[in-house]
Design a protein around this ligand. Structure first.
Ligand SMILES: *[C@@H]1O[C@H](CO)[C@@H](O)[C@H](O)[C@H]1NC(C)=O
Ligand SMILES: *[C@@H]1O[C@H](CO)[C@@H](O)[C@H](O)[C@H]1NC(C)=O
Ligand SMILES: *[C@@H]1O[C@H](CO)[C@@H](O)[C@H](O)[C@H]1NC(C)=O
Ligand SMILES: *[C@@H]1O[C@H](CO)[C@@H](O)[C@H](O)[C@H]1NC(C)=O
Ligand SMILES: *[C@@H]1O[C@H](CO)[C@@H](O)[C@H](O)[C@H]1NC(C)=O
Length: 760
């Protein structure tokens, strides 16, 4: 029998693909572990849809470049369809000839688009000459059938003018948003500006049927708060008590008594029934998902900060349910940080130079202080200095800087931070579309060190710093057991520069201490600058995306892998201190690199790298696509050392997880983690990855106009037994095997003995 190695490799790849499909989204998982807050934003205009009394059309989230027109079921409070129009809309009208057609107009530029309301197909569009037949349906409110008297709302009967229904106005009532008398009677109230409550008639009463929260639209920053299991906290207390006890004997006695009490409580809880305890220990009736969510670290509160200055806590295991919300009353929030390691306090910075501290005691937020920065200028960006607690580097719109210290005791500012004075030097790198700037912070003074300014025809379109990762291996073991050493120098950043004059896009790798460019690579395949580009920097590799128009329009994905040397087993870094490149000590060796280009079938908007606790799980590149879907591909597929299958030598095939080079990367439907969802990420969305307690699992969220979260397992769920795993059967089998072994053993040994004595 002869099996060729190629066949083996293909067999392996197909096996890998089929096993990796197991971790992807399947219909029973869809809508179970993932959740989405589909937002409209504050409603600007609302008109009834003539086809169906249950439906209305809503215009919201108008900006200078886009607006959102949605079809909404006013009886149930459900979004039926959302459509982003690429221009500002200030009016929507129904065509009087055919009520199925909607015309969206911008009155100043006279731009309009006409849609079929059945399927939202664009029928016609133009500038000026808005179809003359359009009419605006009469406004449903103000309406003389609804009157507000004191803190009550009355709906009057049309003929008699007597109050037919009465309603006590809810706290924070703002205005009547929509009213329709005809069957079904519907009333929508706007409360606290961003909440909408829909009422309908039940007998003689008006009762609330649905409620929508529109404040958490357009997220600008986030923070994550872990929810701990109270039992773990208890255990932690016990451990602490043991550590602090006077002698070993005391500690031992403490453990013995607490565990004894625990056993007693367990027996009591189960009414001293051994059967119950047995099933409980075996976990046969473990339907308690909350406990496992707590244990696996899925239970978290996702805190989001919106552009309009709202901050909200979302329960990540309860479909993103809003736990609390706070209106910070600031104009344009930009950044949010934890001020302490215990995650008890947040600081929020706004564009106009205000900052607020928010305390989170017992998981409820309170605004502790509200002040403004000592410099009255508009804030461009805020960086938290990790090495110096409570210090922030603030950059203003005019490129000036401020080193700002938050006094942890009062939440007040001190612009002369003698308290946290530290002699150490710190290197900071900042960037904008014109350049990259290096600073050094020494004795609480900011000094410029280097700058890389691009020419007026050039623009920095994407930037990423090498993130901190856990070091698990120094190199890659090749098929012949030799090792290629990874380039692990930490102070690196990668960026992309577009050049309009030359029609090129250039990838650069820069040393953030000296500003020296270590690697540069230019693409001349006529990149399209109108389409998005992005870059991510993993442990020793960079992946970036851009759209090229030559020879055919294609989305490109490029991987660059950095090695100390491309010669196997050659190690240039000093093994004793792991520093392979340190410009300050004169220890210089530049990386050597390999690169490969791939073609991707969809336009990529944004990318991020999946994060796990120990960085052992294979990394995945998570991508937000232009069509609003989110997908991921394992980094293994983007292998810069890959060769076409027919060129692979036997040694190459022996390498662990070696994949041949295939220039086109397909999208597997099972890897589309948004599956059937209609996601509107918006222009400034953030694609993030959050670690859990399980090494295999990473939480992926897309925060922007909508909020979407799910969990992915790029290497499969290797550390979690499936819920269908039959613990009981396994134990019974082991038990039977043990019994059999004990029964058979004497007979086997007597047989052996007889054989030795040649008795047959
Ligand atoms: C709107 O919701 C109501 C009440 O839940 C339901 O009866 C109706 O069928 C829905 N209409 C549409 C178009 O979804
Ligand atoms: C209409 O469009 C123009 C340009 O497209 C925009 O500047 C203007 O703000 C829009 N008008 C309204 C009322 O939104
Ligand atoms: C509106 O806000 C007020 C105070 O901020 C609060 O008491 C009230 O419950 C809010 N209304 C609703 C419907 O949540
Ligand atoms: C409407 O009222 C009836 C009784 O009058 C009640 O049984 C029913 O639950 C109410 N419906 C809702 C949605 O509250
Ligand atoms: C809504 O408006 C914000 C700016 O206010 C914008 O960033 C976002 O992309 C818009 N959302 C959509 C879905 O267009």
């Amino acid at each position: 029998m002869k099996i060729t190695y190629t066949a083996l490799v293909y067999g392996f790849i197909s096996l890998f693909l089929s096993t990796s499909c197991v971790q992807a989204v399947f219909s029973e998982d869809a809508f179970v572990i993932d959740w989405q807050l589909a937002n409209l934003g504050p409603w600007e205009k609302i008109i009834p849809d003539a086809r169906d009394r249950n439906r209305v059309l809503i215009v919201s989230n108008s900006t200078e470049t886009s607006s959102l027109v949605s079809s909404f079921n006013i009886s149930s409070g459900q979004i039926l369809f959302r459509n982003v129009l690429p221009f500002a809309v200030d009016d929507i009208q129904l065509d009087s000839n055919d009520h199925n057609i909607l015309v969206c107009v911008n009155s100043s530029s006279q731009k309009w688009q006409k849609f079929d309301l059945h399927d939202w197909f664009l029928l016609d569009e133009g500038v000026s000459n808005v179809p003359a037949t359009t009419i605006l349906p009469p406004l449903s409110y103000p309406n003389d059938q609804v009157i507000i008297k004191g803190d009550g709302l009355h709906v009057l009967d049309k003929t008699s003018g007597l109050a037919q229904w009465k309603l006590e106005l809810p706290q924070g009532f703002d205005k009547v948003e929509y009213f329709q008398y005809e069957d079904p009677l519907t009333l929508v109230l706007n409360v606290n500006h961003t909440q909408y409550i829909g009422f309908s008639v039940n007998g003689t009463e008006l009762i609330p049927v649905w409620q929508r929260e529109e404040s958490l639209t357009n997220v600008v920053d986030y923070a994550v708060l872990d929810v701990f299991d109270s039992r773990d906290v208890e255990l932690n207390e016990d451990m602490k008590a043991e550590v602090f006890s006077d002698s070993l004997w005391d500690a031992y006695w403490l453990r013995l008594t607490t565990n004894g009490n625990r056993l007693l409580n367990l027996l009591k809880d189960n009414h001293f029934s051994p059967g119950r305890i047995f099933t409980k220990v075996l976990g046969l009736d473990s339907k308690d998902t909350t406990a496992s969510d707590l244990k696996f670290g899925f239970a978290k509160i996702l805190i989001v900060l919106t552009n309009d200055g709202f901050i909200g806590g979302l329960d990540m295991i309860n479909k993103g349910q809003l736990v609390w919300k706070l209106d910070l009353q600031i104009d344009q929030a930009i950044k949010m940080f934890w001020t302490d390691e215990n995650h008890n306090e947040l600081v929020v910075f706004s564009h106009d130079g205000h900052y607020l501290t928010i305390g989170l005691t017992n998981n409820l937020p309170i605004i502790k202080s509200r002040s403004s920065l000592p410099v009255k200028k508009n804030v461009y960006s805020v960086i938290k200095l990790e090495e110096h607690q409570y210090q922030y580097l603030i950059k203003f719109d005019n490129a000036n800087h401020l080193l700002f210290t938050l006094d942890p005791r009062k939440g007040m500012s001190a612009s002369f931070p003698f308290l946290f004075h530290s002699g150490s030097r710190m290197f900071i790198t900042e960037h904008d579309s014109d350049g990259i700037y290096g600073y050094i912070i020494e004795n609480d003074l900011i000094k410029d060190t280097w700058q890389r300014i691009v020419t007026p025809k050039e623009k920095i379109v994407a930037y990423d710093k090498r993130g901190e990762t856990n070091l698990n291996s120094l190199g890659i073991t090749l098929g012949d057991k030799s090792v290629l050493y990874k380039y692990l120098y930490p102070n690196l950043a990668a960026y992309l520069v577009t050049n309009e004059e030359l029609h090129t896009i250039t990838f650069n790798l820069i040393d953030t201490i000296t500003g020296e460019i270590l690697v540069t690579q230019k693409h001349k395949d006529s990149p399209d600058f109108r389409l998005p580009t992005d870059i991510v920097f993993g442990e020793y590799w960079v992946v970036y995306s851009y759209f090229s128009s030559e020879p055919v329009p294609e989305q490109k994905l490029v991987v660059v892998e950095l090695y100390e040397s491309l010669i196997p087993d050659e190690r240039l870094s000093n093994p004793s201190n792991l520093v392979c490149y340190n410009p300050l000590t004169g220890n210089v060796n530049k990386p050597q690199f390999l690169t490969k280009q791939f073609i991707f079938p969809e336009i990529i908007e944004k990318m991020t790298i999946s994060k796990t606790t120990d960085d052992i799980t294979t990394k995945a590149i998570v991508m937000e696509l232009e069509n609003g879907q989110i997908t991921y591909i394992p980094k293994l597929f983007l292998n810069a050392r890959g060769k076409p299958a027919e060129e692979m030598t036997n040694n190459d095939k022996k390498e662990f997880m070696a994949t041949p080079y295939t220039p086109v990367i397909p999208i597997n439907d099972n890897f589309v983690i948004t599956h059937f969802r209609n996601l509107l990420p918006g222009a400034n969305s953030k694609l993030i990855s959050i670690t859990t307690n399980l090494e295999s699992t990473s939480i992926i969220c897309d925060l922007g106009h909508d909020i979407f979260c799910t969990r992915i397992t790029p290497s499969g769920q290797f550390d979690l037994m499936s819920p269908t795993f039959e613990k009981g059967k396994l134990l019974i089998t082991i038990f039977i095997l043990l019994v059999i072994t004990y029964v058979i053993r004497p007979s086997v040994s007597s047989k052996k003995l007889k054989e030795q004595w040649l008795i047959k």
